[in-house]
Structures are given as C-alpha cells and as structure tokens.
Design a protein around this ligand. Structure first.
Ligand SMILES: Cc1cc2nc3c(=O)[nH]c(=O)nc-3n(C[C@H](O)[C@H](O)[C@H](O)COP(=O)(O)OP(=O)(O)OC[C@H]3O[C@@H](n4cnc5c(N)ncnc54)[C@H](O)[C@@H]3O)c2cc1C
Length: 486
C-alpha cells in the first residue's frame, strides 16, 4: 500500500496547468524542480501513519477512526488548543521554520469557518452546509490547501472604477445553473503547483456596485481554465552545498483564471462585499490560522539564531562584547515571540459556539514584530559572519583534490574542522544570501499583508482615549496647580 506521502505526490498529476520557464509541466510529482520540496512534504504527510509521530502532528478523528493533521482539530479546551500548537511546532521544526505554507495555515482558516458556521450562517443560509461538507472532505482526504487573496499588482493608485483594473481583478463573468464562471488573476499563492484547492477571497473593500468582484471561493487546482504561473525556481539539486534550497523551496505562483467554472457548492459567498468582509474578519478563523503563523515563526527564529551561534563559535568571535550583545538580541526575539504565543494561548476565549480562540491581539502583535525581527536577525547573522560567507570553495570536492592539504589548512575554523566550517557557511549563505534566502526575507516582511498598513490599522482601530485621557488629565491638574485663581 502506498504511503500518504506517495499518495499526495501522485495526486498532483491530475491535469492541472502549471507553467514554469514558459513551458507547461507534464508531471508535477516527477519534475526535478519540485522533487526536493515534495519529498519534504511527503515525509510530513507520512507522520500521520507513523505511531511515533502521529500524535505529535495529528489527532484521531472520532468520526473516521483515522488520523488527520491537528490543523483540522476544532479546539474546545485548552488541551485541544495546545495540541494544535504542538502540531504546528512539530511540522515547523521538522522544516527548520523554512516552510511556512505547509497547508496548516489555510486548513486552519477552513477549520475556523467550519467551527463558526452557526454564527456565519447569517451571511448566507447555505454557508453552514457548504463549509461542513468541504471541511470533512479536506480533513478526510489530507487535502493540501493554500490561500490566494491579493489582486494583481497592476496600478495600486487605481481601483475598480477603472475598467482596466476591473477586468483584471477576479470577477464573475457568468452565472449558470452549475455555478459561477470567473475571470481575472490572483497573487501570490505559495505552494500553488502542489496544492489541491485554493482558498480565494477578495481583499479590497468594494463598493456595492462591484458585486461581481466580491466572493469567497474554494477552487480545485485542476479546474479547467486555471493556469498556475510559477516564479523562477529557487530549488538547487545539490543538497550538500544548498541544504535549504534543495529541500524547502515553497514555490510561489500567480493564478490566471481564464473563465473557470466554480461549482455552487464551492462558492462560499458571492455578490456582497460587506458579507465577504465579515467572513474575512471572522475572529475564530483568523485566530486559529494566524496562531499557526507565529508558532511557525518561533521555529524560524530558533533556526537563524542557532546558525548565528554556530557561525560565531566556528570563527572564534563569541568573546567580543558586541557579538555577545547581538546574539543576546536574537535570544530576546525568540523570547518575545514565544511569550506572545503563550499569552495568546492562555488568554484564549471561547467564541459564541464555545470554540477556544487564541487572543488575536497578541497574535497580531507577534506577526507585526516578525516583519522587523527577521530582517534584523539576517542583519545580525551578516554582521557575525562578515566576509566568511563568500570565503568558501565552490564545492567541497576541493577537499579531496590536489590542493586538499592547503584546503584543510586555510579553511580551518576556531573550533571546527575546515570541512565542517565550509558546510556551516554554505548553510548560512543558503539561509541569507541565496535566491531562496532573499525570498524568505521578503516573505517575512509581507506574508501577513502590508506591514505598514497593518500597523497603521492597529493605530486607527485602537481606543486612543484609553492612553490620551490620562495625559490630558495630568496636564489639566498641572495647569490647575499653576493657576492660583482656580
Ligand atoms: C514570498 C511571498 C509569499 C506570499 N504568499 C502569499 C500566499 O500564499 N497567499 C496570499 O494570499 N498572499 C501571499 N503573499 C502576498 C502578500 O499578502 C502581499 O505581498 C502583501 O499583502 C502586500 O501586497 P502587495 O505585495 O500587493 O503590495 P502592494 O499592495 O502592491 O504594495 C506595494 C507598496 O505600496 C504601498 N502601498 C500600496 N497601496 C497602499 C495604500 N493604499 N496605502 C499605503 N501604501 C500603499 C505598500 O506599503 C508597499 O510599500 C505573499 C507575499 C510574498 C512576498
């Protein structure tokens, strides 16, 4: 019997239209650029059938008697919320925090909508039935999911009143008895070539006349007319020299919808921007999904911190005060994000259906801090290793060639052999200097949306009087003290 990982890989050759370097990909499962990543994901899927691993990553679904990933677990108790958290941490640490969209994020969004279906039924009477059927289907078939929310970056100064924009943003061109036919594009969908279904929703707050642009959809990757257009691959076949790029290239893609039929049962909402916004803002779904983001981020910070420590030790710079200060700063980053995860979990509150939802404020704060922490962590690692990242031979083979003796002599580290030091610096360069590393820096800055508008929204939504009232009060008392007349 084939493993879950093998089944996952085989399921991707389902007629989907995936484009890389101007060519359609005949078999995603066999394509050299995806092999490393798919092997990594396959191993994670196999955990669900491994008695040593399955309780760390998954849970036994009472209705089916089979294990599913804990992102599908609806948490009604602290114990169940902890189980979700541990499963995110387990998958994240298995990939050193380098794979962010292992589907546990989008699965959590679907789980949240399912968990809150009774409240969300007021948006559409069909919602509860549709989301329940889809949630069970996704859970019981190990579906890999990703989100694609953002509209194509054509002209951000213009909106839907501009025909050029309206035509290109995803919209309904026809309604039929079977469903709606949509046209337009979406970006960015991480993991797109090897996802089963896309969770798609409109992002902008549209005017009511733009109802054809308002929707929440679940779209199978092999839908006729859907094209998945990949960015350049950052995969590298050489595991020894590129330990991260060879395993963890989560492909990003743009989706073209060339008149794609979305069956009514996969149209969760359509035609009402207010309702789409209400679903998007649902605290149960966002709390469960964003929680995964920050648990995963802890693993990434631990990884880059570990690499920074190892680099510092390898070249004997740990004794310098300013290096110690910077390595200490990395530890505080981990502590702050971990503390926010703990706060979000311990302050979790039941929603109207009794679902225990992590505190969104703490989770959002951690996501915002992450956009600044990761670039700073990369900067610190650069400061620690300095020119060492480019003082490595092109290939470790040189250690066995005619200049072997000199190689061992001149690449030697303070505390490690020349070979180990070169391996370490190649790993570090893959993390911060390779195309994959550059993509990760961009990812951490933007995956949660525009960080600038995110923080500005935080300010705009905040009850400012709670902080300014005491100031005005103090000044009033102060001025009273100065004025003997009062
Ligand atoms: C590696 C990577 C992976 C991603 N994966 C996913 C994914 O799987 N699913 C998904 O849905 N999304 C994904 N995203 C997309 C991400 O959500 C967006 O990049 C993010 O929301 C920012 O939008 P944008 O890239 O269109 O930037 P834009 O909105 O085009 O912004 C460009 C610049 O203009 C400024 N700007 C634009 N409009 C305004 C405005 N109205 N007011 C003020 N300033 C403005 C911004 O601050 C920014 O500096 C991913 C992004 C990256 C980088």
């Amino acid at each position: 019997m084939s493993s879950r990982g093998d089944k996952f890989k085989a399921s991707l050759d389902d007629g989907r239209s995936v484009w890389l370097e101007g060519k359609p990909i005949a078999s995603v499962s066999e394509h050299a650029e995806f092999k490393g990543t798919l092997n990594t994901i396959g191993k994670l899927f196999n955990m669900m059938d491994d008695p040593q691993e399955r309780d760390k990553a998954g849970y036994l679904v009472p209705e089916t008697g089979k294990y599913a990933h804990s992102s599908f677990l609806v948490p009604y108790s602290q114990e169940e919320l902890d189980k979700r958290s541990r499963s995110f941490a387990h998958w994240s640490s298995a990939t050193n925090g380098m794979m962010s969209r292992l589907s546990d994020y989008a699965r959590s969004m679907v789980t949240g909508w399912y968990a809150a279906r009774d409240q969300l039924s007021e948006l559409d009477p069909q919602f509860a039935h549709k989301i329940s059927a889809y949630y069970e289907h996704a859970r019981d078939n190990d579906l890999f999911l990703t989100t694609a929310i953002i509209d194509p970056q054509i002209d951000r100064s213009s909106g839907l009143d501009d025909k050029r924009i309206a035509e290109r943003f995803l919209h309904v061109v026809r309604e039929t008895s079977e469903g709606i036919v949509v046209r337009g594009a979406k970006m960015i969908a991480t993991g797109a070539p090897y996802t089963h279904d896309f969770v798609i929703f409109s992002f902008l707050q549209f005017q009511s006349e733009h109802r054809k642009h308002a929707h929440v959809l679940i779209v199978p990757a092999n839908s006729p007319g859907l094209h998945i257009v990949c960015r350049e691959s950052f995969h590298h076949p050489n595991e020894r020299n590129h330990p991260l790029s060879s395993r963890y290239d989560e492909m990003d893609a743009v989706l073209f919808f060339d008149d794609v039929l979305i069956p009514w049962e996969r149209v969760l909402l359509y035609g009402d921007s207010e309702k789409v916004l209400a679903l998007r803002a649902n605290k149960t779904a966002n709390g469960l999904a964003f929680h995964q983001n920050v648990v995963r981020f802890v693993a990434k910070l631990e990884f880059i911190t570990g690499v920074s420590f190892a680099v510092a030790e390898a070249i004997g710079v740990t004794g310098f005060l300013h290096i110690q200060e910077k390595l200490g700063e990395l530890l505080t980053q981990i502590d702050v994000i971990k503390a926010l995860v703990i706060a979000a979990e311990t302050q979790a509150k039941p929603d109207a259906s009794g679902v225990l939802v992590p505190d969104l404020q703490y989770v959002e704060t951690a996501r915002s801090l992450g956009t600044k922490y990761y670039p700073r962590a990369v900067e610190i690692l650069q400061q620690v290793g300095a020119g060492g990242f480019v003082q490595t031979p092109s290939d470790a083979e040189d250690f066995y060639g005619p200049i072997s003796k000199l190689m061992h002599q001149y690449f030697e580290g303070a505390s490690v052999s020349a070979e180990k030091k070169v391996e370490l610096f190649k790993l570090a360069w893959d993390l911060i200097g390779s195309p994959l590393g550059a993509r990760h820096l961009l990812y951490e800055k933007f995956y949660a949306g525009d960080p600038i508008r995110g923080l500005a929204n935080h300010y705009n939504r905040f009850d400012k009087g709670s902080l300014t009232d005491p100031i005005w009060k103090l000044l009033k008392e102060n001025s009273k003290g100065k004025s003997p007349a009062i």
